[in-house]
Write a protein that binds this ligand. Sequence first.
Ligand SMILES: [Zn+2]
Length: 301
Amino acid sequence: MLLRAQAAGPRGLPNALTCELEDWFHILESDRVPKLEDWSKLPLRAERSVDRLLDLFDRTQVHATFFCLGWMAERMPQVVRRCQAAGHEIGSHGYAHVLARPANQAAFREDIVRAKGILEDITGSEVLGFRSPGFSVKNDNTWFFDVVSEAGYRYDASIFPAHHGHGGYSGSDPGPHVMATSGGPLVEIPISTVRLLGRRFCFFGGGYLRISPLPVIRWGAEVLQKQKRPLIVYVHPREIDPDHPRLPLGSWRYFKCYNNLTTTLPKLTWLCEHYRFGTMAELASQFEVRSTRLAAASLSA
Ligand SMILES: [Zn+2]
């Protein structure tokens, strides 16, 4: 029996658990990482990890959101359908792990439109949400929100409101909110951060989850719940697969990518056993009413 110390998120806002469905070689911004044209020569390992996550989510009654790479979905549509059939949400992580950078706005737009189409063909359902590779929205590429909205997504989960290697955005509310974009209102759900000594920190995903001791993660989660803010967690399949092949990264990147891999699944299990999690779409839907009102207000203005 599950004994969860905390109820769902504040004001009825659910916490959300997310998985970026990509594989072991989808590391960003290194010339030692295989290029797109070489990906198909590499062995894929994500399916087994996704199945482990599905087992954990089933056992702990968690509904999660899988932000899938279109490239992965083309190669393992059965995995995408398995996630969907288990009641999880399918979101988009783009097609080829393209960063949102000022120099490649057109390529980024094309990439995220392509991924949405592929995922909708596989699932037969509208893909509502997007998370960019590397949380790559920064203060200097706010065109990002217009592009995501114009591509047809209804919510975005790409803001990392703290320092981050590929992103880091300080220009907005660090909690869920509605943004006005050229494509209409867009619900934004940033990753959860906690303020400590005047700075914001994340303990709830990727390398941050791996490096943070469980008592720190628990403290951060309790701070969020007391502040009536939802807990948003993210994980990659490779992070619960400690035996996956290593890329010849430089020492700092090697540490960041491969440190503490054996701790991810136990920490994730603890979180699933102690907190209630819904999908990002469920969380975003809490803002749809406001979003609709916003749209109506802008039409009548
Ligand atoms: Zn990614």
